[in-house]
Design a protein around this ligand. Structure first.
Ligand SMILES: C[S@@+](CC[C@H](N)C(=O)[O-])C[C@H]1O[C@@H](n2cnc3c(N)ncnc32)[C@H](O)[C@@H]1O
Length: 340
């Protein structure tokens, strides 16, 4: 799944799973409660673990449900099968609705701001059409929850590919790019019949850390000040199927109730402690970058209060938005805590 997502570990999964496998036998249970694209969750599932994935935001939960729970294409009886479901999304009639108005080049935002150039007019109307069609189909009771999630997963992936942004949805580009001008397309995905029993939850780690009954937890918290809820507001709106007030020039949905303490330098240490305090598992693995909100010494000192800590590191090309920063690489780190 190609997905532009801050801090995603898609290209590091072999290393991460390899480090985990040195400690945790295949067949064990592991949680990935900050799963993002669910790339690590899926890699863990492929390696034979039973995975519990979660995230504070809604769209990662949709990705995780599809990537872990849809082991085969769902039946889609209502639409005549999976291929027909894709065809249905491709041929849905456009609609000049919320996306067209708030995020399309020919829109007229409710707050009177200039049109927001997140999408070409045609793509914005197609997105509105598909959103409306999914909402109606779901309300009719003719699709099950996994089919519903799969349709939303496709809509999110397709939308991402034609978004007129440089990496995140914090703002849009000043002119509609060639890529954003291309008609939105819905492509089939691969389904993976991974072994193991997987579970997907939603909510911040602070809410369910104490309920995780697993052999290990893999934490991949944000390490910069960039809040995911704000930077991916459009994907969250697609996943939640709502029409929130679009604030300011950028049209962000109100996101402060989903702000992560890991993104605030002043709160990140306490967020680590609060999480570790609640976890009752023998092994915790943490991915954290060299230039995170909590510096290396601080983090080592915090983690050492909860168990025996070992550290593995690997250089990793740094990305800012979707451009490789010329200054080279950062050290990506995995901490293993064998808890007391
Ligand atoms: C670095 S990304 C994870 C990337 C993921 N491993 C991947 O490969 O795509 C951090 C994730 O943590 C989530 N997050 C931030 N604060 C959280 C919290 N308190 N509880 C749960 N998830 C949180 C964000 O929504 C984001 O998806």
């Amino acid at each position: 799944m190609s997905f532009r997502y801050l801090g995603n570990k898609t290209r590091l999964t072999d290393w991460i799973v390899g480090e985990i496998a040195r400690v945790l036998p295949s067949g064990s249970t592991i949680a990935d409660p900050m799963c993002g694209t669910a790339s690590v969750s899926l890699a863990l599932a492929r390696a034979g673990y039973s995975v519990t994935a979660a995230d504070a935001l809604t769209f990662p939960v949709i990705h995780a449900r599809v990537r872990l729970l849809a082991k085969h294409p769902p039946e889609f009886k209502a639409l005549g099968g999976y291929e027909m479901a894709l065809k249905w999304m491709r041929s849905t009639a456009p609609l000049e609705g919320y996306f067209f108005k708030e995020f399309g080049e020919s829109g007229s935002p409710a707050n009177g701001r200039m049109p927001r150039l997140y999408f070409s007019a045609a793509n914005a109307a197609h997105i509105d059409g598909v959103r409306d069609a999914i909402r109606k189909l779901n309300a009719s009771g003719e699709i099950n929850e996994l089919e519903h999630n799969l349709l939303l997963h496709h809509l999110i992936l397709a939308t991402n590919k034609v978004a007129n942004i440089s990496g995140t949805y914090g703002y849009f580009l000043r002119k509609i790019s060639q890529t954003a001008r291309r008609p939105i397309s819905f492509e089939p995905i691969e389904f993976e019949p991974t072994p193991g029993n997987h579970t997907v939850l939603q909510g911040p780690i602070e809410e369910h850390a104490s309920t995780l009954r697993v052999d290990a937890v893999y934490l991949d918290p944000p390490y910069t000040k960039r809040q995911y809820a704000g930077n991916y507001h459009i994907l969250e709106t697609l996943a939640r199927e709502d029409e929130p007030v679009a604030v300011g020039d950028g049209g962000l949905r109100p996101w402060k109730d989903q702000a992560s303490n890991f993104c605030y330098r002043r709160n990140a240490s306490a967020a680590f402690r609060e999480t570790l305090e609640q976890l009752d598992v023998p092994n915790v693995f943490i991915s954290y970058s060299q230039d995170g909100q909590v510096n290396e010494d601080q983090l080592l000192s915090i983690l050492s209060d909860y168990g025996k800590v070992t550290l593995q590191e690997q250089p990793y090309a740094r990305f800012r938005s979707n451009e490789r920063v010329k200054s080279g690489s950062v050290l990506e780190r995995i901490y293993h805590i064998e808890t007391f």
